[in-house]
Design a binder for this molecule. Structure first.
Ligand code: 2HG
Ligand code: ZN
Length: 464
């Protein structure tokens, strides 16, 4: 190790795996944003909490910044290391540690892939219900750091709802055991919840105890074609009122459909329709199935639904889901500029109209793809760079539009980040969602947890 700081780290932790080869720095230094050039100092791959603690203590002494790193599927630059940071990858801390049948909890290390959490829960006849398209590569630690949402929030809420306890190495090197799986704990500030969504700026999760629940009853998946934007929330209200229980209510536009079909998905409804919805709902018995059909027919009669199909098998259900879940991957080669915004569900119709007008005016040439978790008030906007525009000019244009979008969101009481986090991408717009007083308190909290600012500096808010 030619760098004396790394030599000192190796001296203290001779067993610690450290990587410094250029290909590894490149690989671990970026997430899915692909906007920054990775330039970490090195990659550390600890195998346990004590090693993480020793690394954080070393970082405080040597004043080296740490970027905690999971599956790096983030879309906000939260795991980017572009300034000589040590990437602390949790991928070797990937064991399921314990299941407790009485508490109905699963205790895992932070590097466990979400899909493995799902599988481990299922082995015990239960489910961990937070789910989204990156399940095969994102890690539970990253999910916690961003309070990940996904496709079943309508029914189950965000990651935060499912965290019974966390072990965390704070920025000052202390190991904290937060909430210990307690259902009731009225003993002051809940640091466990403070850590959820803190984007690696307060502490590093070294163990998580997750709540599990009963598997949902058998469900059905429906794809609907809608004639206009207003129909989205009309159908949502109808389905929520008439169906026994919605598990998911997702939407995408004809533009999104075009991309996902070009990427290999199968068309399920003929004709041109501007909006589509994938809905999944409990359909345990005939009564529930009939209720769904009746809701569908009412939507058709009202003129809110133009066409629809119900999956007749698991394979068909998966094919319908692919139309929604495949969108991000189908756009990835174009490296879209992304917004991930939310408003209260009741504010969606008014916000959508303003947003549509704004995007049409500001992006006369760029292709704009909308989709997302409309049932949670969460919209994803992916803007594709027109060929004639250079990357830098394109980003500048998108930043300008994002500032306008942030102002629109502020008027509607919304958020500039619904579920992807602020990271590097959205830190300039934090003030549109959080007040100056809140941000001052956030900075104060960070100062207490991480007095030397070694954890993920520059993410969430600009360095002091
Ligand atoms: C999704 O809902 C993800 O599919 C990704 O949150 C959204 O690519 C995006 O903008
Ligand atoms: Zn999403």
């Amino acid at each position: 190790m030619s760098d004396p700081r790394l030599a000192e780290l190796s001296r203290r932790l001779p067993e610690l795996r450290l990587l410094t080869a250029p290909a590894e720095l490149e690989h671990y230094g970026r997430d899915w944003t692909r906007r920054w050039t990775p330039a970490p100092l090195a990659i550390a791959l600890p195998t346990g909490a004590q090693e993480v603690q020793a690394i954080v203590r070393w970082a405080n002494e040597q004043r080296v910044a740490i970027v905690p790193s999971g599956g790096r599927t983030g879309l906000s630059g939260g795991a980017v290391a572009a300034n000589g940071e040590l990437v602390l990858s949790l991928e070797r801390m990937n064991r399921v540690l314990a299941f407790d049948a009485v508490d109905r909890t699963l205790t895992v290390q932070p590097g466990v892939i979400l899909q493995h959490v799902h599988e481990a829960a299922r082995e015990h006849g239960l489910v961990y219900p937070v789910d989204f398209a990156a399940r095969g590569s994102c890690s539970i630690g990253g999910n916690i750091a961003t309070n990940a949402g996904g496709i079943r929030v309508v029914r189950y809420g965000n990651t935060r709802e499912w965290i019974a306890g966390l072990k965390v190495v704070a920025g000052n090197g202390e190991l904290l055991d937060l909430n210990r799986g307690l259902v009731k704990n009225s003993s002051g500030y809940d640091f466990r919840q403070l850590l959820v969504g803190s984007e690696g700026t307060l502490g590093i999760v070294v163990e998580a105890t997750l709540r599990l629940t009963e598997p949902p009853p058998p469900s059905q998946v429906m794809l609907l074609a809608l004639p206009d934007m207003d129909a989205l929330m009309q159908v949502f209200a109808l389905f929520r009122a008439r169906l026994v229980a919605l598990q998911a209510f997702e939407f995408f536009t004809d533009v999104a459909l075009r991309h996902v079909l070009a990427h290999g998905a199968q068309r399920a409804i003929d004709g041109d329709h501007p909006y589509y919805v994938v809905a999944e709902f409990d359909a345990a018995d005939e009564r529930q199935q009939e209720a769904a059909l009746a809701a569908f027919e009412q939507g058709v009669t009202e003129g809110w639904i133009s066409d629809g199909v119900i999956a007749q098998s698991e394979a068909q259900a998966a094919a319908l889901w692919r139309l929604r879940e495949g969108i991000t991957e189908s756009l990835a080669p174009r490296r879209p500029y992304k917004n991930d915004v939310s408003v209260r569900i009741s504010a969606v119709p008014a916000f959508l109209h303003e947003m549509q007008a704004l995007l049409a005016r500001e992006y006369p040439r760029a292709e704009v793809v909308w989709f997302g978790h409309i049932g949670d008030g969460n919209l994803h906007i992916n803007v594709l760079r027109p060929d004639e525009l250079a990357e830098e000019a394109f980003i500048a244009q998108c930043e300008h539009v994002t500032a306008l979008l942030a102002a629109t969101l502020q008027r509607h009481g919304g958020s500039i980040s619904a579920e992807h986090g602020i990271g590097l991408v959205k830190r300039a717009y934090l003030e549109s969602t959080r007040s100056a007083a809140e941000i001052a308190l956030m900075r104060g909290v960070r100062q207490v947890f991480d007095p030397n600012g070694v954890l993920n500096p520059g993410k969430l808010f600009a360095p002091d």
